[in-house]
Design a protein around this ligand. Structure first.
Ligand code: AKG
Ligand code: FE2
Length: 335
């Protein structure tokens, strides 16, 4: 697709980190080592591949993403059925791309761990059976496991910029999760070079944790835009972590929010599953106290997340790759 595909992003092994430990604490040297690697990767590239063998059991992963799994069963429904999953917000619910040559479809599910949310989706999709219980169980179990990794990485970042345990806790309460499941049909021989499945953009989230079936496609800019593009080949036990614009704000600009895109080639349909963490709509987003000092003056003004999202969806801003700078940079746009 691009002539600049020579980038790489770091791979970080989470072995030895116990996600069940309520309080890994500063005395835990393995935690501190992984935390330092996470922070370096997010500062340098805004993303990394997390390898965590025991986070999601192979059967659960297959039930979600393999042939016949929850993602495939959802997208196999007739278009009129899928279209029932609507939301008044433009980025939520079921969306199919209206761009010719880009037959991408996605379900964006707000608060996927709230007990009624996935059953409500299943009830709309399979009204005759009142919702499919194995679908609901798979979606819930999968999201719960990936959320453990998301919370760990967010905590590592916050600790790295001086947040106290209370602040980490407070920040968690102001965070909501969104699950996005997407399908990118195989272009087949017609697109030997690859077809853009999703144009380059930055995520508005704190963090995005991505898994996929066995079809690669995600490309990430490296080195804060100066290191070429990487196309990580994800293994079944790896998770691609990307920082979004809101994490950049929390860390007072230290963490980078990389451009990324999806480019599809080959004969096999790609399914991806992304867990996003975002500020709640009524949250005020501002840098963590410890991230602002004499050496690091505030880069962004504090702002309401709902106002920011409304700004992102205006016609003028929709394609702007530097929305957070346009909205909240101290002293105007500074890139
Ligand atoms: O589906 C993917 O691989 C990436 C999608 C993405 O970047 C997004 O939904 O924000
Ligand atoms: Fe994205």
């Amino acid at each position: 697709m691009s002539n600049d595909m020579n980038g790489t992003i770091p791979k970080i092994d989470f072995a030895g980190i116990d996600p069940a430990a309520a309080s890994p604490g500063d005395g835990d040297s393995r935690w501190a080592t992984v935390r330092a690697a996470v922070m370096d990767a997010l500062i340098e590239h805004g993303g990394f591949e997390a390898v965590m063998d025991d986070l999601v059991a192979p059967e659960l992963r297959a039930a979600m993403l393999a042939t016949g799994g929850a993602a495939e069963s959802l997208f196999s429904l007739p278009p009129t059925t899928k279209a029932r999953y609507t939301n008044e917000k433009p980025h939520l619910g079921y969306v199919s791309s209206s761009i010719p040559g880009m037959p991408y479809e996605t379900f964006s599910i707000m608060d996927p761990l709230s007990p009624d949310v996935v059953p409500a989706l299943a009830g709309l999709m399979w009204p005759d059976t009142g919702g499919d219980s194995s679908f609901c169980e798979t979606m819930h179990a999968y999201t719960e496991r990936v959320a453990v990794l998301e919370a760990m990485v967010r905590r590592m970042v916050l600790e790295s910029v001086g947040a106290t345990a209370e602040h980490v806790e407070e920040q968690s309460k102001a965070t909501s999760l969104r699950l996005r499941i997407s399908r990118y049909p195989a272009p087949g021989g017609a697109a030997a070079e690859g077809r853009v499945g999703l144009p380059a953009h930055r995520d508005t989230s704190f963090l995005s944790v991505l898994t996929q079936n066995d079809v690669d496609g995600l490309e990430v800019e490296c080195g804060r835009g100066s290191g070429g593009w990487a196309r990580p080949a994800l293994s079944p036990c790896s998770f691609l972590i990307l920082a979004g614009d809101m994490l950049k704000v929390l860390t007072n600009g230290r963490v980078y929010s990389p451009l990324h895109r999806v480019v599809i080639s080959g004969e096999k349909t790609r399914y991806s599953c992304i867990l996003f963490s975002n500020p709640k709509d009524d949250a005020v987003v501002r840098a963590v106290d410890g991230a602002v000092d004499a050496q690091h003056p505030a880069v962004y003004k504090a702002f309401g997340y709902a106002e920011y999202i409304a700004f992102c969806f205006t016609r003028e801003q929709y394609r702007n790759p530097n929305k957070v700078e346009a909205f909240a940079a101290v002293g105007g746009v500074d890139g």
